[in-house]
Design a protein around this ligand. Structure first.
Ligand code: C2O
Ligand code: CU
Ligand code: CU
Length: 520
């Protein structure tokens, strides 16, 4: 029944069925996909950063042999020397500290010995600086990015975006955090400096010789690759020594496909002050928070009432329903040690010093101008993002990624706001058997979530996740559970060109679960 409704909606909204034949896809050959390797003399950069990516060996496990990785390096050529913060002895790329309004130029030197390109996930930048895979450069080449920071204060994510290789390259180390600050944020009494820390959560599998294992057999490509060791900020078994005060932890799920259900082991609630695109209007406190690949969460972790010596664990709690039973059974065979939805510790926080200078949780943060249906020009005709899985296929609106193509339906007028409806297309041969949770990411401007509706009937499973979605803030990645339908409003302002949207389960992305809008 629900399958048929979805199918009908799908046809109505996408006008795909017949339309595929009627409207040929538009070919954007020569739409400026020329590699940009010279700076624009008219772009007066405030900050210039030289990035490189190369093979390296890093001490990740703190025992035995070092691990071979692919790693980003960066140094400031011009401007604020604090724009780059290198993490010592780490396989993560340096943290970029940018300010709203800054003009940034990045030179990217690829020294990997293979093709690559960097994408600034969450940043609203022009097509030529967005790291679209059409711009991937060969080893030995240089790419020049130029953009102004239009984003509000928040936490973003840079990573390689090489088509078909994103999963492997990110897994091997090609990612890092971007922090954007702005004047509005500065006014708030938020934890700063040593009390404002990254919390990059990743899962990796190591072999006997401490080397990273990444396999791309059928099950991993269909479900996503799950690692058996949890790394926080590039290290296993992490314990933070904290003072008895409040901290701001910028959590970034840098995993390829693992979804975390973040909670405190002692059952106390957890407080969020920001999501992907910036600070919330006011803090939200939840028993747990669902955290899917590429999402960011600004966490307010307060240890003020903790005694010295207490240790608390941030854990991932068990949950159900992100995969159908069939998948779960197959998945269990694939990665017996740490399945999706099992319980494990992420990091420990030990209170080692008593202090009395803690800021108080603000009751109001940053005002958010709400997008409403009256701003969009397609209220009754939302753009569909219909997700489907088949045997070795992962598609959007029935199609796989094509480098220079967007359909008629994927053309969006510059300056518009669009209502977009993300749902599961169960019309395929395997139907809902194949439905699984997908973290859906759209490049370009941050969007707002209008609604999230569960249409399934496995309420027992859904109840294990349903209180964990923070939908009130700026988003660029949203977890869409099986049988869920999520409506968003997204602005398409400032820049023309091709802007990707895809599943951020990186194995799904590499399998082709990616399309693009042509904004023009
Ligand atoms: Cu982080 Cu196109 O993605
Ligand atoms: Cu992105
Ligand atoms: Cu997916």
């Amino acid at each position: 029944m629900s399958n048929r409704i979805n199918r009908r909606q799908f046809l109505k909204y996408s006008s795909l069925g017949m339309a595929a034949a009627t409207f040929p896809t538009f070919l954007f050959a020569n739409t400026s996909q020329k590699i940009k390797n010279a700076p624009n003399p008219n772009f007066k950069a405030d900050v210039e950063i030289e990035f490189s990516a190369k093979p390296a060996s890093v001490n990740i496990l703190n025992r035995g042999e070092k691990t071979q990785v692919q790693k980003f390096y960066a140094r400031v050529l011009k401007g604020d020397p604090n724009s780059v913060l290198t993490l010592k002895d780490n396989y993560l790329g340096p943290i970029l500290n940018l300010k709203q309004g800054q003009k940034v130029r990045v030179f990217f030197d690829n020294q990997l010995g293979e093709t690559s390109i960097i994408h600034w996930h969450g940043m609203h930048v022009p097509q030529h600086s967005d790291g679209h895979p059409m711009y991937a450069i060969a080893s030995g080449q240089r790419y020049v990015y130029e953009f102004e920071v239009l984003n509000s204060a928040g936490t973003n994510f840079y990573h390689s975006h090489t088509h078909g290789e994103t999963g492997r390259q990110v897994y091997n180390g090609l990612s890092g955090m971007i922090r954007v600050s702005d004047a509005q944020e500065q006014v708030l009494d938020l934890p700063r400096n040593e009390y404002d820390l990254p919390l990059v959560i990743q899962d990796r599998t190591f072999d006997q010789k401490n080397q990273l294992v990444y396999v791309q057999r059928m099950p991993e490509r269909m479900f996503g690759f799950l690692g058996e060791t949890i790394l926080v900020n590039g290290k296993p078994d992490v314990e933070f020594s904290v003072k008895s005060r409040a901290y701001r932890f910028r959590a970034l799920n840098g995993s390829n496909s693992r979804i975390y259900k973040l909670a405190w082991d002692d059952g106390s609630p957890i407080t969020v002050i920001g999501t992907d695109g910036g600070l919330l209007e006011k803090p939200e406190t939840r028993p747990y928070i669902m955290f899917s690949p590429a999402e960011r969460l600004d966490l307010w972790l307060d240890f003020s009432d903790q005694k010295i010596g207490t240790s608390r664990q941030l854990v991932s709690l068990p949950y159900d329903g992100v995969m159908s039973m069939m998948y779960q059974r197959m998945g269990r065979k694939m990665s017996a040690n740490l399945t999706q939805g099992s319980k494990f510790t992420i990091a420990r926080f030990k209170v080692t010093q008593k202090v009395s200078d803690s800021p108080k949780l603000p009751s109001q943060l940053i005002p958010i101008k709400r997008f409403t249906e009256s701003m969009v020009n397609n209220t009754d005709n939302p753009l569909p993002i219909a997700l489907s899985m088949g045997r070795m296929q992962a598609r959007i609106n029935g199609r796989s990624f094509a480098m220079y193509k967007a359909t008629k339906m994927e053309q969006v007028e510059l300056g518009s706001y669009k209502k977009i409806k993300i749902f599961h297309d169960h019309s395929g041969r395997m139907g809902s058997m194949m439905a699984m949770a997908h973290p859906i990411h759209l490049h370009g401007q941050q969007y707002q979530i209008l609604s999230r509706t569960y249409k399934g009937n496995d309420h027992a499973a859904y109840n294990t996740v349903k209180d964990g979605f923070i939908d009130s803030g700026w988003k660029d990645t949203v977890l869409v559970m099986p049988n869920e339908e999520v409506e968003i409003i997204k602005p398409f302002h400032d820049y023309k060109g091709l802007f990707l949207y895809h599943c951020h389960n990186l194995e799904h992305e590499d399998l082709g679960m990616m399309r693009q809008f042509y904004v023009g």
